[in-house]
Design a protein around this ligand. Structure first.
Ligand code: 3PY
Ligand code: MG
Length: 239
């Protein structure tokens, strides 16, 4: 079983469709981790458990992007055996501290003790708490967010960031500058920093800016792109 690390150029996969078979398939590809997205993906709590089991069977560490910065959502993902969580829309040090607290039992945090599955999974490292910076409010608060104890990583949401900053969704120089400033601040603070990538080219772009980890677009996006490409190619007249 691989250990979840986010500080050394890791490239992750992203799952939005419920199903243990696609989770197992993506786990078999060799990603450094795979994130199951409960915020914008279609994965409810009942589908989450078999997906985490499938990822574990392939030896791939798992992250879950939870629905919201709420202790119940974070606790349910961790009780099902996620190696860490990505918490969306964290705007302040107080919200970041609440996310960290929800990941850890007392004395560090306030996570409730209920080791149902975790009981038979054996000894494991403490779960990682990754908070998302994806609003202009969060960018303004970033220096103070980075001072919160026990944050294991920052994850940038490029689309929400663009919407909030009134920038084009497909990026551009101003968006690049904004992302580079977030990455630079995280690197200066010694905190792993990652970003969601719409293509392999974006992985290279953001890695060159200093991102320590990246997550590639979801299996749903990949499937649709490849299906469309094959259909267009099949319908093309001539060869
Ligand atoms: C964003 O781009 O806002 C994201 O949350 C990516 O998953
Ligand atoms: Mg987002």
């Amino acid at each position: 079983m691989g250990t979840l690390r986010l500080d050394g150029g890791q490239v992750g996969g992203w799952l939005q469709l419920p199903g243990s078979a696609t989770a197992e398939l993506m786990g078999s590809v060799g990603f450094d981790f795979v994130c199951v997205d409960q915020q914008h993906g279609l994965v409810g709590d009942d589908a989450l458990l078999p997906m985490l089991q499938a990822l574990r069977a392939t030896g791939t560490p798992s992250l879950v992007r939870v629905t919201a910065n709420e202790p119940a959502a974070i606790g349910r993902a961790l009780d099902r055996g996620a190696d860490g969580v990505i918490v969306p829309l964290v705007d302040s040090p107080e919200e970041a501290d609440a996310a960290v607290a929800a990941c850890h039992h007392p004395p560090r945090g306030s996570r409730s003790y209920g080791p149902t599955r975790v009981n038979w999974m054996g000894e494991r490292p403490a779960p990682l708490c990754v908070v998302m910076v994806e609003t202009t409010t969060a960018v303004a608060a970033l220096p103070r967010i980075l001072e919160v104890d026990d944050i294991d990583g920052i994850f940038i949401g490029p689309s929400d960031l663009a919407l909030g900053a009134r920038l084009p969704l497909d990026g551009g120089p101003e968006h690049d500058e904004l992302v580079a400033s977030i990455i630079g601040a995280c690197r200066d603070a010694g905190i792993p920093v990652g970003i969601y990538c719409a293509s392999a080219a974006h992985v290279h772009l953001y890695r060159d800016m200093g991102a320590t980890f990246t997550a590639m677009m979801s299996e749903a996006t990949m499937l649709r792109a490849v299906a469309t490409e094959h259909l267009l190619s099949a319908r093309r007249t001539g060869r």
